[in-house]
Structure formats: C-alpha cells, structure tokens
Design a binder for this molecule. Structure first.
Ligand code: AMP
Length: 418
C-alpha cells in the first residue's frame, strides 16, 4: 500500500510531464490571444458551493465528491470542477462591478470519486474558461472557437463538436413536462437508474448510455422544438457566428450534460478514438448560476477540457510533442580529483543559461562518456589533465566524437555561438 498511489490517481513522471508542459504552454498562449486571464482558485471549497451550483440531483454531488469535515467542523469538498469556484471568486472580488464580461481561465487538478478506467481518474486535470457577464451568443461562439483553435494548434484531428440548446428555465419547464409524460408512458423500457431519476431530472435520461433508454429517447420530444423565441434566436445567432468562422459542428438533441446549471447552449467535443470515454471537453451557458450562488442575475458561458484525455488523444493520434528534457552539455571529470572543478564548471554553465548535467558516481571517463551519450547531450566538456593546468577544457562533439581544446573562460561564449 505504501508503494502504490491511491486508486484513480497516478504519477506523471518527467518525460510525460514535459508533454503536459508543452500542452499547457499552447493553452496559455491561446488564452492570451483570446483575452482570458488566469484564475487560480483553491483546490477545496465549502461543500455547499457545489451542492448549490452543480446541483443536488447530479452524479457529481450525489456520488462523486470527496467531502470531509475539517478540524474546525466545516464541511469541505475537494473541487470536482472549477466553474463554481470561478463564479464564487467573481462575486467575492466584486468582479461584476468592472467591465463585462470577465474572461477567466484555469488549469489544475479536480477530484471525483469516479470508477477508474482508461481516461477516467479520481484526480484528473482540467483546463477551463469562463466568460461571465455577457449574454451575447458571439461569446458562446468564442469559447467554442477557442477549443477548436487549441485543438488545431495541437494537431488534433477528427474531433466532433456536438451542439444543443437546452433552453432557459421557462421553456425547459414546458419541455420537461412533455418529456416526463412521454417517459412515463414508456416506464417499463427505462433502466433502473433512469426510473429512479425521471421525476427529479428527466433530462438526464436523454444521455443515458443504456440500450433500452437510448432507443426510447431517440423518439422522445426534442428540446429544440420547445425553445422560446429568445432562446431560439440565441441559438440561431450562435450557429451563424460558428458558420462565419468555418467552425464545424453537429446538432445533438440528446446532449444535456450532467450538471444542473446549464441554460441555452450546451456543447461537447468528442473523439471516437478514446473508447468509452469519448468526451474531451464539455461546456455551455449558465445564465442562472451567479444568482444561484447569491449574486445579481448575471449570464455566463464556459467549458472544461480534460487534459488527461487530451494527452491520451495526442498520443493515440501519433502526434509528436516537442519536449526538451535533455541537457545541452554533459560535464565529465577526467579523474576523481577533478570532480570539484567539474562541479564548479557545471554551475558556471547553468548560471549562464546552458542546460548542463554531470555524472555523480565518481566513475571512469569511459563510463561518464557513456552516461553523456545516454543523456542525449550535444557536447561533453572534459575537465582535468594538462588542459586544466593550461586553464583549458576539452569539448567533445557527441555526434562526431571530434574533440577540441578551448580556454575555459571562453567556453560559455563558444557553446552559445555554436
Ligand atoms: P465535466 O466537468 O464533467 O463536464 O467534464 C469535462 C471534461 O473533463 C470531460 O470532457 C473529460 O474530458 C474530463 N473529465 C471529467 N471527469 C473525468 C475523470 N474522472 N477523469 C478524467 N477526465 C475527466
């Protein structure tokens, strides 16, 4: 037990972490281009925040939260998602008093007591954006376009944007009733889970993966037919904006998303190559959420993207990620007595901005050169011998094996210029 990470968690070792860093850099750059500033909310919040925002009748709140009572007697929950925290921060820091929308992005770990499998973990990372304080459908189009641009820059292909509108509380109420009536007539065909939730949340039946429920919902009434004129107009304009930038999407009337706070636009970005877990990214509009959290009526829209799945997709698509984990220079000591000078030179190189490393075993020169080779360094600098007495070192080109003596005080400029 002491030598294994808890179920559903894993270590990301340097080679893989370098890929994460690359993806994170591309994400940060996309956010910069789109005008989103980073927010770093805490990893845990008061439990009530998620109960109120994500919704009591959702899988997340019912079954998946890591909740505990802290030593001060408060109920605390490790964040299962970060939209709630972002909205809380928006209110706590009076961001509604400034220019709107407030455009924020976050990146970091989320925690859900999910059933672990490929692409599903109990600690996983999400990148998400939230544009709070604008009703305009071009903001919905903006966040979808941001995802698409990011995926294009990363080289991801064959992704599908699935789009739907689930209306506002007003028109959804009417639809909910129609759906409930339809489902009640066919109760015998529903799975056990759906049967237990149709009264509380009939819309969730639409995204049930069970064969029987899917067949049933294929013929169910569709939300798009029930949209009020305002929601229909919003959805139409969003689609026009997407057309205007050549963004491709598919309408999916069964897309409802598992969180209660969505209104109007909902979308998901999926890739079929991911097996059972096809969703890379999910999001939508949440016009009632700020108010639900105790603020003034404020619209908002955003998405969360699963970075673990994004990296799996990159890997499976065979997209190579530029990573730099290799030292440029390896410093070798000719004898053990030269070790201290080798260490001093290593530090000079690092302080001059050159990635450098050495062997720490007091090994023979042969063994050090072998290690240098394995490290992938471009050059090895050998310290010691007659050259040292002359204030010089030997540079060995690791590809050609060619060796040159250079004055030590010129080493940095020589390495930097070659
Ligand atoms: P959600 O917050 O449920 O809409 O999820 C947004 C995205 O986060 C999903 O599309 C997944 O890519 C990712 N995600 C959600 N839950 C998990 C999990 N347990 N493990 C890995 N990724 C997840």
């Amino acid at each position: 037990m002491l030598t294994t990470a808890p179920r559903g968690t894993r270590d990301i070792l340097p080679e893989e972490a370098a890929k994460w860093q690359y993806v994170e850099e591309v994400i940060r750059d996309c956010c910069r281009l789109y005008g989103y500033g980073e927010i770093r909310p805490p990893l845990f919040e008061h439990t009530e925040l998620f109960q109120r925002s994500v919704g009591e009748a959702t899988d997340i709140v019912e079954k998946e939260m890591y909740t505990f009572i802290d030593r001060g007697g408060r109920s605390i929950t490790l964040r299962p998602e970060a939209t709630a925290s972002t909205v809380r921060a928006y209110l706590e820091h009076n961001l509604h008093a400034g220019p709107q929308p407030v455009k924020l992005y976050y990146m970091g770990p989320m925690f859900r007591y999910d059933r672990p499998q490929a692409g599903r973990y109990r600690q996983f990372s999400q990148f998400g954006v939230e544009a709070i304080g604008a009703q305009d459908p071009s903001v919905d189009a903006e966040v979808i376009t941001l995802v698409l641009d990011l995926c294009t820059r990363l080289g991801l292909k064959d992704l599908v944007v699935e789009l739907n509108s689930i209306g506002c509380p007003k028109c959804r109420q009417e639809y909910r009733q129609a759906l409930l009536e339809y489902l009640s007539e066919h109760k015998n065909k529903l799975c056990k889970t759906c049967l237990s939730r149709i009264e509380r949340n009939p819309l969730r039946v639409l995204d049930c993966k069970e064969e029987g429920c899917r067949a049933l919902t294929a013929a169910a009434p569709q939300m798009l037919e029930y949209l009020c004129s305002e929601c229909a107009e919003h959805f139409k304009t969003l689609q026009q904006c997407l057309h205007a930038v050549g963004a491709k999407y598919e309408l999916n009337p069964a897309l409802v998303r598992g969180l209660d706070y969505y209104t109007k636009t909902v979308f998901e970005v999926t890739w079929s190559g991911l097996g059972a877990q096809t969703a890379i990214c999910g999001g939508g509009r949440y016009d009632g959420l700020v108010q639900e959290c105790g603020g003034p009526p404020t619209p908002g829209v955003g998405f969360a993207m699963g970075l673990d799945r994004l990296l799996i997709a990159l890997e499976q698509m065979g997209i190579s990620i530029p990573t730099v984990n290799k030292p440029t220079v390896y410093v070798a000591a000719l004898t053990n007595a030269d070790n201290k000078d080798a260490f001093a030179l290593l530090t000079i190189l690092r302080r001059a901005g050159i990635a450098a490393d050495k062997d720490y075993r007091q090994a023979s020169l042969r063994a050090q050169l072998k290690a240098a080779n394995r490290s992938g360094a471009k050059w090895t600098v050998i310290v010691g011998g007659e050259e040292k007495k002359r204030g010089a070192v030997v540079i060995r080109d690791m590809e050609t094996g060619e060796q040159t003596e250079v004055p030590q005080d010129q080493l940095v400029s020589i390495l930097k210029s070659s």
